[in-house]
Every structure is written in structure tokens, then in C-alpha cells.
Write a protein that binds this ligand. Structure first.
Ligand code: PGA
Length: 264
């Protein structure tokens, strides 16, 4: 089973419209004429989506502009109405958004998102044909107390409750150990591979071996140019979700090149 690797930049609450423009112009100028054996996704803050859509989809967008796909960092589980501060999936569609990061550990820990809310958002995203990047991962305390597999299984079964196998085919899972996010501490490639193999086995239990073999599982947590190749060489790791190291176009590009084995 060949799965196309997917590299996604999660900018979190960084880069307004003008910094988005600087990054994209610089990134596009560096990838002139290149073809990558992977998908490349950029997730800016909501407020920068119109600028990103414009840069990538207007008539004058340069060569390779379409090499980049757009993600949002969140979406509402509701359609429209009295939900102050929320953004709906249909609003995202207007800006050529194709992916949406859901269940990120910062959303879970800081904004109180539960497995049930994440499940509702995944379903809402699929109604609008958005592809969820569904994040799961354990804290250090959970890992150290032997709860890694329980935590991952609970997050996966809760997040995917009632999601059809067809919709699962449009979902990417991002395994992000919370202790590795933004800390500079990366999971060893063995720790990452073991967790990814376990995630795939849970998908096999829920949806069968075929679906498990097809689903892409990204690794996230302090991915850098220097560790991308080793992590991506693991058989169950299909790309990366990158925070800090994706804020600079050069290091994002180096991760993509090292991680996808494409030429320098
Ligand atoms: P990091 O963030 O690469 O800065 O660790 C990853 C993420 O939160 O998705």
C-alpha cells in the first residue's frame, strides 16, 4: 500500500496577512519548477485565509502555486447563527480551504474541546467535503503511567464515532505526543513508529485492514529539518504536522525535501 505523504504547516496564532504573503512568495520562489511526491498544506490563522486564497488561486498565481493546499486550524460544529467567535465550514469553503485541523492538543487543553465536540466537528467538516486532520496524542504523565494505548484508543473511538468508512478515507490522523509539541523534544523514531502502528491497529479494529492500510498518519511534535528523514523513514509515518519549524519557508521546505526523499 503506497500512501502519499502529507506535510502540513500549522502556524497556530502566528502570521497575519502580510507575513503570510512574505512566506508564500518566498516559498513559491524556492520551489519553482519542482514536483513533490507528497502533498503540501499550509494552515494559517482564519484572518489570513483570504490572503492565502488570493495568493494561491488568483489568475496570476505563479507556477506551482497549486502545489500548496489550504487548511484551517479549526471549524465550528454548527452551521450558522448565534455562535459568537465561530467560523463555519461553508465560510471556509469560500476561501478554497480543503483541510481542517481538528482536535489539536492546544484546542483540547486550553479551549476544553472534548472527544464529543471533535467528533461533531469532524462530521460537520465532512458534510462540507473538508478533509479533517484529526489530532490525537498523550501527555507525558499519561505515557509514563502506562496509559498511552488507552488514551489513543479513547481519542480515536470518540473522535470517529459514527464516521463512515467512506468519510474515513478523507481523514488524515496526526499523532502528536503532547510532550513533544513546541518543546524541542521529539519522540524517537521508534516511539513514533510504535504509536503509529498502534493507531493503525485501532483503525483496523474499527474499520478493517483495508481502511487501516490506506489511512495516512502524520507525526507531529518538534519536527525539524534534522529529524524529518529518520521519522519519515518509519513504515507507518506518512508525513508531518509542523508548528515552529514551519514558520520559516526554508525550514518547512527542508523538512518536506528530507521527509519525502525529493531531491535537494
Ligand atoms: P511543533 O508543533 O512542531 O512546534 O512542535 C506541532 C503542532 O503543534 O502541530
Amino acid at each position: 500500500m503506497t500512501r502519499k505523504p502529507i506535510f502540513a504547516a500549522n502556524w497556530k496564532m502566528n502570521k497575519g496577512a502580510s507575513e503570510t504573503e512574505d512566506f508564500i512568495k518566498s516559498f513559491l520562489s524556492k520551489i519553482q519548477g519542482e514536483n513533490f511526491p507528497c502533498e503540501i498544506v499550509v494552515a494559517p490563522p482564519f484572518i489570513s485565509l483570504p490572503k492565502l486564497a488570493d495568493l494561491l488561486h488568483n489568475a496570476n498565481a505563479g507556477q506551482n502555486a497549486h502545489a500548496i493546499q489550504i487548511a484551517a486550524q479549526n471549524c465550528s460544529q454548527f452551521d450558522s447563527g448565534a455562535y459568537t467567535g465561530e467560523v463555519s465550514v461553508l465560510m471556509l469553503r469560500e476561501f478554497f480551504v480543503h483541510f481542517v485541523i481538528l482536535g489539536h492538543s492546544e484546542r483540547r487543553a486550553i479551549f476544553g474541546e472534548t472527544d464529543a465536540m471533535i467528533n461533531a466537528k469532524i462530521k460537520k467538516a465532512r458534510e462540507a467535503n473538508l478533509k479533517p486532520i484529526f489530532c490525537i496524542g498523550e501527555t507525558l504523565a499519561e505515557r509514563e503511567s502506562g496509559k498511552l494505548e488507552d488514551v489513543l484508543r479513547t481519542q480515536i473511538t470518540g473522535g470517529l464515532e459514527g464516521v463512515s468508512e467512506k468519510d474515513l478515507g478523507e481523514i488524515v490522523i496526526a499523532y502528536e505526543p503532547v510532550w513533544a509539541i513546541g518543546t524541542g523534544v521529539t519522540a524517537s523514531s521508534q516511539q513514533a513508529q510504535d504509536a503509529h502502528a498502534f493507531v493503525r491497529s485501532v483503525i483496523a479494529d474499527l474499520y478493517g485492514a483495508d481502511a487501516a492500510a490506506k489511512i495516512r498518519i502524520q507525526y507531529g511534535g518538534s519536527v525539524k529539518p534534522g529529524n524529518a528523514a529518520e521519522l519519515m523513514a518509519c513504515p507507518d509515518i506518512d508525513g508531518a504536522l509542523i508548528g515552529g519549524a514551519a514558520l520559516e519557508s526554508q525550514s518547512f521546505l527542508e523538512i518536506i525535501r528530507h521527509g519525502s526523499g525529493s531531491p535537494e
